[in-house]
Structures are given as structure tokens and as C-alpha cells.
Design a protein around this ligand. Structure first.
Ligand code: SF4
Length: 403
């Protein structure tokens, strides 16, 4: 996404009445409570080191050294500092999956991220590479908001309304392998937060409508902010209501059919967060991720993916001030990195905003996974079945071929 000056106040997003209702996936503060759906109750088979073990850092280093080139550790931008220090490469989920595929000599790919990312890495790497997720409980609340059964039912609703034939599915990278496979089977493509505009341009050259899964905000922000559609061109399909809560007429009139999913971390930022930081820090630039609500994105100065956020700060002049609307582990690292260059980086909201499932990957789990691999035991392997992989790969290849 490109930069743009803040626009006039934007009316509340359609579907917001739904968004603000309490959800079982409400944001969780780090270390307090658990997410019953995305943090699946999974035990580690074996002895997990104690978090208070003073030798954890040394144990991780030693296990990695024993494994040598056989292991490649991927660290998503939102991971904890204690984990990211052991990553061979850092980045967003798609970059990491491609980095793993480019290292065929690495037999084991340890993915410090969440479940759907490890699935994507398994899809894009060779069959002899085994992908390991140090804690199987690290899910993603957004990806979990669209199940294969719900999406199949939605397609039946679109078929019934007579619009399925003219609808192209576009699924965000942050979705399960099942949803990616659905997308591939129905002629659609995957997108990232960096190429969502190009994916939608392509999809509208193939059909009249787009079913955008599972993040309603990325879909709406791209359609309205980048492509000039109106909010009325978008409808929200709610999988918990009969027929998605939409009439056949509404489906026929819509250009963008947005799945009712969102990120519980980025959904945390509000227009008040933007107004508050502008009042507290005069002259501050507000830079947010497109998973944020539409009114937040419309009020921001700059909008873009995590890679875009990092590049923007790298290019920023000394003395500039930035409020960042994305996950806190990343913002904290950016603040520390850019402070010596005289750039002030603050978190957009006043309250703590970690991704609770990303934080499931901690040093004890990483040590356990690395030591197990060094002992010749593959633990927590993530393996996508061949049929799902075939169609998910098709959707991913369409993304790679986007003009
Ligand atoms: S930050 Fe949001 S989209 Fe990313 S893993 Fe966490 S819940 Fe999922």
C-alpha cells in the first residue's frame, strides 16, 4: 500500500456493529489467561525445560550447533526477543516460507511462528524437508475464524444466489491450508498484505465479484482505500448466521464479499488510539498495518505490511516521530533499533498488545524442539496432506504469477 495523507473522517465500517461485540477470541494480555480456540491444549511429549533454567540460552545454542546446516530456524517478526535471537532469518510468513524453500540442504525447518505459517512452509518446501512448530498450541485466531466446512457452506449460499460462477476467491496468507486449497480449487489466488491490491486487480479481471477470506479488514481496506470502491460495494458474510446474514439480492449487488474474520491484535486499535497519540505527540506520523479497522487505516498517515513498516522507518529522517499500529514485540524492537538514529518510535495504543498465540513459542519450547532434533527425534512436525497441498500450492502459484 502507498502512503496518503489522512482523509476526512470515515463513517463506521459496515459490519462494525458485529465487530465490537465481545468475542471468545478477545485480545489476551501476555501471560494472563488463554485463548480457548487458538491456543489448543496440546501437551509436549517429553520434558519441557523449566523457564527458570539458567542454561536455556546455552542449551539452544549448543543444540543448534550440533544440528549445523541440517536445521534452519525461521523467526516471524512478531516473535519474542528470546526466540528471535536464534532465528537464521526473520520476516513475514510468506518470505520465511520462501527462504526455507531456498535452503534445500536444511532437513529440518523450525518455524517460530504460528500454525498456518508452518503449513505454508511445508507446502512450499521439498518433501525431504520436515517443518517443526515448537509449540503446537500456537494457532492464529484469524485463521481459525474460517473453517473448511464454513467456507464450503458459504460457497453453497453463493451458488444458491446464482453468483458463485462469477465470484473469484482471494484468500489472505493468514489462513489454513484447507482454505488455501479451497481457493485453488475454485480458481482463486492467495495474497499477502503487500500484494493484496495486485491480487484483487487480477481477481476482478477473472470475475465480477471477490470472496475475500478470512480478514474482512484487509479486504475492505484494499478495495476502498486502494481501489476506489465504496463501503457499500462490500458486504460481510457472517458464518454464524443463516446464509451468512445476507440476502440473495445483497450478494448479487456486492462486489466484495468479505468473510467476517479479523486479527484480534490489529483489531485492537481504534480511532481513539489515533486521535489520542496525535494529541499526546504533536507532529507524529501514524503508520498502521492494513489488518487494522477501516476507520483506523483511513485516519493514518501511512498504511502497509510489516516489511513496508520496517522500510518506511529505515528511510525516515532523524528527528521524526512514529506511532506504529502492529504487534508489540515488533514495535518494541523497532523502537530500540531506531532510537540511536534519533527516530522516535512508539506503540499506537496505550495498552499492551501482543499476539498471545505467537508468544506461545518461548525459549523452553525452542530448546525442547532443537534438542529433540539434535537427538534424531522429530517432534511437532507439521505436514499437509498431498491432496490439500496440491490445491493450496495451485493458489500460491497463482499469487507468484500475479502481474
Ligand atoms: S497477529 Fe493476528 S493474524 Fe497474526 S498470528 Fe496473531 S492473531 Fe493471527
Amino acid at each position: 500500500m502507498n502512503t496518503a495523507p489522512p482523509s476526512a473522517p470515515v463513517p463506521a465500517t459496515p459490519g462494525d456493529a458485529l465487530d465490537v461485540q465481545p468475542t471468545p477470541l478477545a485480545l489476551l494480555l501476555l501471560g494472563r489467561d488463554s485463548d480457548p480456540r487458538s491456543e489448543r491444549g496440546v501437551e509436549c511429549p517429553g520434558d519441557l525445560p523449566s523457564p527458570s533454567d539458567p542454561d536455556l540460552v546455552e542449551r539452544a545454542r549448543a543444540a543448534k550447533e550440533r544440528l549445523g546446516e541440517k536445521v534452519f530456524v525461521l523467526g516471524h517478526h512478531y516473535q519474542r526477543d528470546e526466540v528471535i535471537r536464534f532465528a537464521d532469518v526473520t520476516g513475514d510468513s510468506f518470505k520465511l516460507a520462501r527462504d526455507a524453500a531456498a535452503r534445500p540442504e536444511a532437513e529440518y525447518i523450525v518455524f517460530c511462528g504460528v500454525h498456518f505459517m508452518a503449513e505454508s512452509a511445508d507446502i512450499l518446501t521439498s518433501d525431504r524437508q520436515q517443518v517443526v512448530l515448537p509449540d503446537l498450541a500456537a494457532g492464529c485466531s484469524m485463521a481459525d475464524m474460517a473453517t473448511a466446512e464454513q467456507v464450503a457452506e458459504c460457497w453453497d449460499v453463493l451458488t444458491e444466489a446464482g453468483v458463485a460462477d462469477s465470484t473469484v476467491p482471494v484468500s489472505y496468507m493468514n489462513s489454513s491450508a484447507d482454505i488455501k486449497a479451497f481457493t485453488g480449487r475454485h480458481g482463486g489466488t492467495i495474497c499477502t498484505s503487500s500484494n493484496a491490491r495486485r491480487a484483487l486487480d487480477w481477481a476482478f479481471s477473472q470475475g465480477e465479484k471477490v470472496l475475500f477470506l478470512p480478514d474482512q479488514h484487509l479486504g475492505r481496506n484494499t478495495a476502498v482505500r486502494d481501489m476506489g470502491m465504496s463501503l457499500e460495494d462490500c458486504v460481510v458474510y457472517n458464518p454464524h448466521r443463516p446464509n451468512g446474514g445476507l440476502t440473495a439480492e445483497e450478494l448479487r449487488a456486492a462486489k466484495m464479499i468479505l468473510w467476517r474474520g479479523h486479527c484480534s491484535v490489529h483489531g485492537r486499535f481504534t480511532l481513539d488510539s489515533v486521535n489520542d497519540v496525535r494529541e499526546r505527540v504533536p507532529g507524529i506520523n501514524v503508520l498502521v498495518h492494513p489488518e487494522c479497522r477501516h476507520e483506523v487505516v483511513a485516519a493514518a498517515d501511512h498504511v502497509g505490511s510489516t516489511e513496508y513498516i520496517i522500510k518506511t522507518l529505515e528511510a525516515a529522517p532523524a528527528g521524526s516521530k512514529w506511532a506504529i499500529g502492529t504487534e508489540l514485540n515488533l514495535v518494541r524492537r523497532l523502537a530500540n533499533r531506531f532510537a540511536p538514529e534519533g527516530k522516535e518510535v512508539v506503540f499506537l495504543d496505550r495498552t499492551v498488545c501482543f499476539c498471545s498465540t505467537m508468544n506461545r513459542i518461548d525459549l523452553p519450547h525452542l530448546v525442547w524442539a532443537l534438542e529433540s532434533l539434535a537427538d534424531g527425534k522429530v517432534v511437532n512436525r507439521i505436514q499437509v496432506d498431498p491432496e490439500t497441498e496440491k490445491f493450496a500450492k495451485l493458489a500460491l502459484e497463482r499469487m507468484l504469477a500475479l502481474p
